[in-house]
Design a protein around this ligand. Structure first.
Ligand code: NAG
Ligand code: NAG
Ligand code: NAG
Ligand code: NAG
Ligand code: NAG
Length: 474
């Protein structure tokens, strides 16, 4: 439908509500459909560490509202990735994620003693809803640690290594195969409950020793385990499940691990990193897709605003964070830490207050990306001066083209979008700012030229379509 050619966006002028504000000079942006970058897997969040249990205690109507806000492409953010925690703890006290084999069989040569409870701290319920009600295909199951009996420190918390990887020997023996079997069994328990897990991880922030589930690993030790996990997945007919590695605390520390993962490069599916100790600034040196799998304002007091009330939690901050990861660092996915949770901080997108849920503008920042940049979309090139507007563009699988503008300045900017080589005849505009949550924004199209005004401090998406295409990308 769309012939490769140019999509030309002309910034024809900018006008301000403030009479003395400087008028910005006009400029033009070219979107080049022939210049393609990464393919997108999408946007997501997690309900690990018993956050799903909190959701499940809401009255039924609010449960539905919370799920809609997370996954619906018409009522919420349309998230397309769910990151689950594979439990390692012997119990469910506090927010522990319980293991599917909590008791040691005594030796790695003995079969594991499984105790699947059919709930997985309610993550199975959220997964079933995500996959079957909302069509989420990407379910990433990630273990923070192996069970304690497989580790050098005998505890699933407080760091320690998996027994059997380089430099980690244990009197009980080598537990690499047992841990691989354990992860495969988890995937099978989900399969038996009609949830297809698409990606599996076996580490979380492996450079950190934490008082909760945590397991240390460098790149070599991760490679040692991938050599066992990969064939174990194949033997179990789970070749569709991709191995993610390694969810390092920051972009830079993950980049360092890459060098030690070369020997297993062909067994890896996706390179994953968090954005805490260093944020996604530039592409990683890998042929694989790269996901930013955990970021959040962990400490800031709850801020539901788009602009104002504290930078770390502002919606526009997260619209920009996603922009940087996707445009500057080639990320194919961007995940917030928690989707729905109680409590005073910005560690989640939606807060549970008593019996109700309240979305923040961070959720709507995710919505502005996730509703329009659907799984399988390919990022395409843009060039030309942006006149203070950040811009990016994606070609969706359905042929629609989603063009994002983030206006960090205080003035309105008028944009014209011209498409060369395709007969664009429909446009829809969507805005998120202090007063709109992915609200409709007036946009017009005349003789193939679309026009819209981008208010100050807002994010706007223009979706361009040929006449015979659906008017939304749901
Ligand atoms: C899974 O799906 C099958 C076929 O639709 C159905 O018979 C079965 O009851 C489902 N199992 C669960 C646990 O939902
Ligand atoms: C894997 O699939 C093959 C072919 O369908 C089948 O013969 C084999 O039993 C399966 N193995 C497992 C472990 O399910
Ligand atoms: C971006 O990621 C893709 C994989 O999704 C990879 O093929 C490509 O080389 C990466 N580009 C850069 C500049 O690293
Ligand atoms: C646009 O429409 C005209 C007239 O229908 C047609 O000749 C032309 O091939 C179309 N261009 C594209 C890129 O589809
Ligand atoms: C984008 O964010 C704005 C501001 O919160 C919001 O009004 C709008 O509904 C969002 N758009 C979508 C499609 O989610």
């Amino acid at each position: 439908m769309w012939t490769a050619s140019g999509l030309v966006i002309l910034i024809t002028g900018a006008f301000s509500h403030a009479s003395h504000a400087p008028r910005q000079a006009g400029s033009s942006i070219t979107v080049d459909l022939g210049k393609t970058y990464q393919t997108m897997d999408g946007f997501g969040a997690s309900e690990a560490f018993q956050r799903a249990v909190q959701m499940s205690k809401l009255p039924q109507a609010e449960q539905r509202r919370a799920l809609d806000l997370l996954f619906s492409t018409t009522k919420g953010a349309g998230l397309s990735i769910l990151r689950n925690g594979i439990g390692s703890s012997p119990d469910m006290s506090s927010d522990h994620m319980v293991s599917i084999a909590p008791k040691s069989p005594g030796s790695p040569s003995k079969p594991l003693i499984y105790a699947w409870d059919g709930s997985d701290n309610k993550q199975l319920w959220v997964s079933q809803e995500a996959q079957h009600t909302y069509g989420v295909k990407t379910i990433y199951a990630d273990a923070w640690s192996a069970p304690g009996y497989m580790k050098t420190n005998g505890n699933d918390a407080n760091g320690g290594n998996l027994c059997g990887v380089s430099g980690a020997t244990c009197s009980s023996g080598d537990w690499k195969q047992a841990y691989a079997d354990y992860l495969v069994r988890y995937i099978q328990f989900y399969q038996e409950s009609n949830v297809t897990i698409s990606h599996v991880g076996f580490l979380n922030e492996p450079e950190l020793t934490a008082s909760y589930a945590s397991m240390r690993s460098n790149g070599q030790q991760a490679a040692d385990f991938i050599k066992v996990l990969y064939p174990t997945l194949q033997k179990a007919n789970l070749s569709h499940v991709q191995i993610n590695c390694c969810d390092a605390e920051g972009w830079s520390s993950q980049a360092v691990m890459l060098g030690q993962l070369r020997s297993v490069d062909d067994s890896i599916g996706v390179i994953t990193a968090h954005a805490y100790t260093s944020s996604p600034g530039s592409p990683m040196n890998t042929k694989h897709r790269v996901w930013q799998t955990e970021a959040a304002d962990l400490n800031g007091n709850w801020n539901a605003a788009w602009v104002g009330g504290g930078g770390g939690g502002e919606g526009i901050t997260w619209a920009n964070n996603i922009f940087q990861a996707v445009v500057n660092a080639n990320a194919s996915a961007y995940l917030y830490w928690i989707g729905v949770q109680q409590g005073p901080t910005n560690s989640k997108l939606i807060r549970i207050d008593g019996n109700t849920v309240n979305p923040s503008k961070r959720l709507w920042a995710f919505a502005n990306w996730s509703r329009f940049v659907r799984p399988g979309a390919v990022r395409v090139g843009t060039s030309g001066a942006g006149n203070g507007l950040r811009n990016s563009a994606f070609k969706n699988v359905d042929g629609s083209i989603a063009v994002q503008f983030i206006n960090g300045g205080g003035s309105v900017a008028s944009v014209s979008v011209k498409v060369n080589g395709a007969n664009v005849s429909a446009v829809k505009g969507w805005i998120t700012d202090n007063t709109h949550d992915v609200g409709e924004l007036a946009a017009t199209i005349t003789n193939g030229v679309a026009s819209a005004s981008i208010p100050g401090r807002s994010m706007v998406t223009l979706v361009l379509m040929e006449a015979d295409e659906p008017a939304s990308t749901n």
